[in-house]
Design a protein around this ligand. Structure first.
Ligand SMILES: [Zn+2]
Length: 327
């Protein structure tokens, strides 16, 4: 079994060399969209495999490997965000890993293992542990039971409790080299890989997701609206864009504002290279203080991306503020 993605070969080989004595608490940290989750799963499988290869990688053929792939290995637990049903009967993804989940993982590691090998608990995204769940986990991270390995995955390791961070052996996964990422994307049948990577901030898995999910079309619709300042109608656009997922809207608008700031401050575009000309014109007109204020609002919104009660009203308010940036 090779690394899940070609740019992960170095950290993957490094992990494999530790298979005989793995870190009992490992923190995989780095930007989103670079494959940390896949690396964590591959590592869990390597640890649980009962007939590993000479280099320590999983054989992909033994019963343990099959159970890991089916998500049924009795010595493996995934602790992650769960769907919840609201009072109104809507299903939503929780924004935090709850204390009950952490306690369940703590109980799990106190049991004896089923297969007499390692036992692995994967926590992803670890930065969504709330204070209570982090504290519950901390107890076992301080003194993990024998043969127990915790793997924590995080895009925002600074949001972890310092006491959790200090218990972990940290492995940082950086952005892949541009040529390697572009080559991989091209191999997945993606056209214009280099421009797409600029758009995704250099993260190949985000770039691929944009292609697969049709988000590129939504992006174009939003950016064309933001670019045509003279015809910007907040009511009409607010109504049209309420169908765009809040996450997509947030990413697109955030990068657009980032580019306006980059044009204003450094004279160059970072993400939306296909809109470089119009960004250069708008950047000249923009008021820096107002632009910074709007970018700040956008950053705060990104932390609480729940469905607001009235999406089009919220978009309208944003668009009115956006138009004022260029008054
Ligand atoms: Zn195996």
């Amino acid at each position: 079994m090779s690394a899940p993605y070609p740019w992960l070969e170095t950290p993957w080989q490094r992990l494999l060399t530790t298979r005989a004595r793995p870190a009992q608490a490992l923190l995989l940290a780095g930007p989103r969209g670079v494959g940390k989750g896949a690396l964590a799963r591959a590592w869990a499988q390597a640890l649980l495999c009962e007939t590993p290869l000479a280099n320590g990688a999983a054989c992909c053929e033994c019963p343990a490997c099959h159970w890991v792939n089916a998500g049924t290995h009795p010595d493996f637990r995934l602790v992650t965000l769960q769907e919840k049903t609201t009072k109104e009967g809507e299903t939503r993804m929780a924004t935090a890993i709850e204390v009950d989940q952490a306690r369940e993982a703590v109980d799990f590691v106190q049991l004896s293992t089923y297969r007499a090998g390692f036992r692995v608990v994967l926590v992803n995204p670890a930065d969504t542990l709330n204070l209570a769940s982090a504290n519950a986990l901390l107890k076992v991270l301080e003194e993990p039971p024998l043969n127990t390995v915790f793997v924590l995955v995080s895009d925002q390791p600074r949001r972890l409790l310092p006491t959790i961070r200090s218990r972990c052996t940290r492995l940082d996964i950086g952005l892949p080299p541009l040529d390697l990422a572009a080559q991989w994307l091209a191999g997945q049948g993606v056209d214009d890989a280099v421009n797409l990577l600029a758009l995704s901030g250099g993260t190949p898995l985000d770039a691929q997701r944009w292609v697969d999910s049709g988000e590129l079309d939504e992006r174009r619709s939003v950016l064309e609206g933001l670019a045509r300042l003279g015809q910007l109608d907040p009511v009409m656009l607010g109504d049209r864009w309420k169908a765009v997922s809040p996450q997509t809207w947030h990413n697109v608008a955030y990068k657009w504002l980032g580019d306006l700031l980059a044009v204003k401050l450094q004279g160059s575009v970072r993400f939306n290279r296909d809109f470089a000309d119009v960004l250069a014109q708008l950047g000249k007109k923009a008021d820096l203080a107002k632009l910074l204020a709007l970018a700040k609002v956008q950053a705060i919104e990104g932390r609480t991306l729940a469905h607001p009660l009235n999406r089009s009203l919220q978009l309208q308010a944003w668009l009115i503020q956006y138009r004022h940036v260029f008054d």
